[in-house]
Design a binder for this molecule. Structure first.
Ligand SMILES: NC(=O)c1ccc[n+]([C@@H]2O[C@H](COP(=O)([O-])OP(=O)(O)OC[C@H]3O[C@@H](n4cnc5c(N)ncnc54)[C@H](OP(=O)(O)O)[C@@H]3O)[C@@H](O)[C@H]2O)c1
Length: 244
């Protein structure tokens, strides 16, 4: 039996994770940890799942790695630079393992993968992401990951064409791609990637309407986190998208 401590257990995603762990064969819930609990209550669990806030997540990860637990991170804010700080520590120890998943939705992972495929064929690319008003961080982790994949796919082609980006309304550039964040009532989680070409435009649009969209990905990542050592970034590394 693999025991799982959930940090951020009283939040939207934390509650969903607790439900999944309780129903999943081979797993049991070790502890539910909220903002008023000591992290030490997670001691003794095999796996720690982090669904908190970007400002807290690094301390949670540090605690889990020091306690030699396997770690699954769903919290936003883990850019490539931030992950690099954890990477050296994890790769130096063959028994440590951590998986960062910017988005547990299968549809979103596919959309990001399609975006990386399209990135080589269009020089003009922009991302618009819209989330509920309660989301504290922007751009979203998914937008950052999508932009990084686009940047990596264009490594030999260079940055995207992004005119007038010195103006605030032109968004924040991530891997040269302008990202625009909308935070408002009436939206759950939506991302649109626009690719502008000569006389044509390609649009990749994904929308998750509620937490249910993340359940299949969380199950998949829980199974993987028990097995994998080292640093894994993205659900795309855990499923066969037919692109490798
Ligand atoms: N990877 C994905 O697919 C995905 C999907 C959706 C959301 N997210 C991200 O996951 C994170 C959580 O999202 P959410 O929608 O569940 O947010 P939420 O409902 O606001 O929940 C966040 C939780 O974090 C907890 N928290 C804050 N500080 C803490 C601390 N020091 N120790 C322990 N718990 C602490 C809060 O606990 P209390 O209630 O006890 O105060 C709260 O319940 C966000 O970063 C969000 O962007 C990721």
């Amino acid at each position: 039996m693999t025991s799982v401590a959930v940090v951020g257990a009283h939040g939207r995603m934390g509650r969903l994770t607790c439900e999944i762990v309780e129903e999943l064969d081979g797993f049991e819930l070790h502890s539910r940890i909220g903002s008023h609990d000591a992290l030490e209550q997670a001691a003794g669990a095999d796996v720690l799942v982090d669904f908190t806030v970007p400002a807290v997540s690094p301390a949670v990860v540090d605690f889990a790695l020091s306690s030699r637990m396997r770690v699954l991170v769903g919290t936003s804010g883990w850019s490539r630079d931030r992950i690099a700080k954890v990477e050296a520590r994890v790769t130096a120890d063959p028994e440590l393992g951590i998986i960062f998943v910017p988005n547990f939705s299968i549809g979103s992972v596919l959309a990001s993968s399609f975006a990386a495929t399209a990135a080589r064929f269009f020089d003009s690319i922009e991302i618009v992401e819209a989330h509920h008003a309660g989301k504290v961080d922007s751009p979203s982790g998914t937008a950052v990951r999508t932009a990084e994949l686009i940047g990596a796919a264009r490594a030999e082609l260079g940055p995207v064409e992004a005119p007038h980006v010195d103006q605030r309304a032109r968004g924040q550039q991530v891997s040269s791609v302008p990202v625009h964040s909308v935070r408002m009532a009436g939206v759950s989680a939506r991302q649109t990637v626009y690719f502008g070409g000569t006389g044509e435009r390609l649009t990749l649009d994904h929308e998750a309407f509620g937490e249910d969209a993340y359940a299949a990905g969380i199950r998949l990542a829980l199974a993987a986190v028990v097995e994998r050592t080292g640093v894994t970034i993205g659900l795309d590394q855990l499923i066969d998208l037919g692109t490798r």
